[in-house]
Structure formats: C-alpha cells, structure tokens
Design a protein around this ligand. Sequence first.
Ligand SMILES: Cc1ncc(COP(=O)(O)O)c(C=O)c1O
Length: 414
Amino acid sequence: MNSERCTAIDGSVSQLPDENDDDTIARIMRLSEQPGVISFAGGFPAPEVQNWQALRDLTMMTLNSSKNSAFRYGPTSGITKLRELLASRMRKLGRTTVLDEILITAGGVAGLDLIAATYLKPGDNVIVGSPSYLGALQVFRNHRVNMISVPVFDQGLNLELLEQALIAADAENNPVKYIYTVPSFDNPTGVTTGLAHRQQLIKLATTHGAWILEDGAYQELYFESPPDSMLTALEPDCVIHINTFSKMLCPGFRLGWIVAPAPVISRLSYRKQGWDQCASTVGQHVAVTALSTGYMEDQLELARKFYLRRCNLIIDCLGQELGDIATWNVPEGGFYIWMQLPTGVSAEIVSDTALTASNVAVLPGTSFYAKNPEQGTLRLCFSSVDENRIEEGIKGLRNAVISHLEPELRSLAS
Ligand SMILES: Cc1ncc(COP(=O)(O)O)c(C=O)c1O
C-alpha cells in the first residue's frame, strides 16, 4: 500500500476530526474484551439479563414467519408495523403520537448524527451538559458545531447558567439551535430531573427559539418508579426525541427511533434515503415481535430488578471502601454512578493505576466534557460488571485512589 496515497486520501476527509478528538469509546471496547479485566467502563447491557435462548427462538420465529421480507429493503422511515407499535408505546408514555411522527434509525447515535447532518452546520450553537454523553459530543464534534457547556448538578442542567448562555448566544446573533439532554438516568451522571426542572427547561428553550434534543436511551430502565414525563410529552412541538433498543433489548440489532413533528420526520427521512436507505430490516422485524408478544415488557421487568440489585451491591461496596475519601450519586435507574474524587486527585491517573495495578477498568470523567474537563470525576458503569468480582474491583479502585492521595490524607484513609 502506498502510504503517500493514503495520506492524500486522509487529507481529503470533508470534516477532519480536531485535536480534541477522543478515542475513548474505541478504548472501552478494547478494554472490555481483555480477559481478566473487572470492567466498570463500558455502558453495556448485562449479558445475564438477557434470556439468550428465548431471544434466539424469537428471532428464528420472526425470520421463519416473515416470508423473507425481513431480508429485503424496507421503507426509509421504517416498517409500518414497528412505527405503529412505537407510536402506541409513546402514547402510553404520555406523548400523543401518530405514525408520521416516528422514524426508525440504526440506533441512538445514528439518530443524533442524522439530526446533526440535516439541521446543523459548522459554527451553529448547541448546548450540552458539562459533563455529557460522549457519543453525542463525538457527533457534534464531527459536525463542527460550537458546543456551549452548561454545568450539570444533581438536579440536572443548571438552568440559571443555561439561561445566561441562551441570552449570550442571542446577543451574538447566533441563537442556540439545540439543547441536548438526557433527562432520565443521564449518562454519565446518573441524574434524573424532576417535573419542575423539565417544565422550566422547556420554557427557556421555547422563549429563545431553541429545539430540545431529548435522549431517552434509559427512559424505561428505571429501578422502581418511572421518571417524570418525557420532554416530548410535555412539549411535542419543540422537542426531538431520540431513543434506542440498545439498552432495553440488545445493541446488536442496531435499532432506534426518533419522535418529532411530522415535517421534521419527513425531512430526516429524505436525508436518510441518501444515508443508509433504511435501518436493518431483520432487526425491525424482530423488534416487532419483541414488542407485540410481550417479550419486551418481560425483559424490561427483569432488567429493572436486576440493575437495581446490582447498583445496590456496588453502592454498598463503595460505602465500605471509599466512603471516607470520595462521593458519588445514587441513581434511580440507568447504568451509571458518577464519582467525585478528593480534591487534587486526577481521575486519569487513578484509572491508569487501577487498570495496571488491579486490572480494574473505570472511565475518567474527563472524556465527558466538551471543554474544560474536571480532573477529579469518574464514571462507574454497574450494568455489565462481573458480579462476583465487584468487591475486588472496588477494592482495587480504592487502592488506586489512596496511592494518589496527599501523604497526610493517605495515612488517614489507610
Ligand atoms: C445517552 C445515550 N444515548 C444514546 C446511546 C447510544 O445508543 P445506540 O447504541 O443505539 O447508538 C447511548 C449508549 O451508550 C447512551 O448512553
């Protein structure tokens, strides 16, 4: 292979990634596959939650009964039956939805990318949480939009600072186009916002003419009680809702959906034609069966109980091992615990030490910031870690943190 030619090809990439480019997702994938690693890193569904035999049977049954249509191209907006089922599901969740307001995508990130490609141009202002979901940051970076970071506290996006950011963007004649948010069981902070926060967020967005991009990836993965109304249910006209089957069912089908006003869906659909033509038809047929036979509900019931138990195990263990030196949130759903390390301790160094000294993988929070990363934050994903090794893993993390404490604090902690 001629390397000069390769360089020339690389140079012709239409939107070169910039120096902030981060390969953390690829690194997580590699790490989680290494034998022996106790991984709190990747946000993957737990293999134990899935009844694999039942899923294989369901898939085979679907393929056998689809009369081969599962192997053909499907409509760009998605097969009608699946859109109907999702419209009905969204109605049950409080969003009055008709068929033309649903578009099937190849997952949540694909949905975000499609929206960015259709509606954003380089330099457009988009508000993201500080911190925010890494996949969304990558999408916005790829599209070279200007990300304005607004701090996320334990109540969600700081609305006062959000308002200031909206006002500042208006004053510069470049009003904010989108506010990206994961209101329920956020990735990475685990935070869920309450109804008053949601209403206030909508009020601010509509006042300043910004759309809200609501990411509902964990919406239905609550432990005990469902979160407050989705933003799209509260304000259907100004919210684009993206969602995914990746966490509720499994990621391998690469399937998600968008709910938005019909003209938006129509425009996205047109763009999608020249994009991937349609999402996997095999996956869509299986999703129809999963939704219409009750399989999905059973699966969700199981998952909620399972993740609650696993989250509690880790929280208990954290209390025992790190209660004297770190703080963290206690989520009510989703996959993530967000940890604050003692002042002055770098999460990047701690995560390197945890991996090399104890084979424990955690993600430094620094990857989850568009700008000015906080050095002392860590994300722990509890969903897919080997349950029998949680204690060992948290002990390894404790040792890594302690080894980087100031000497006086270290003697108090050990
Ligand atoms: C908040 C959030 N949105 C979207 C996704 C991506 O989902 P998908 O696998 O469907 O692209 C994830 C996956 O981690 C996520 O955490």
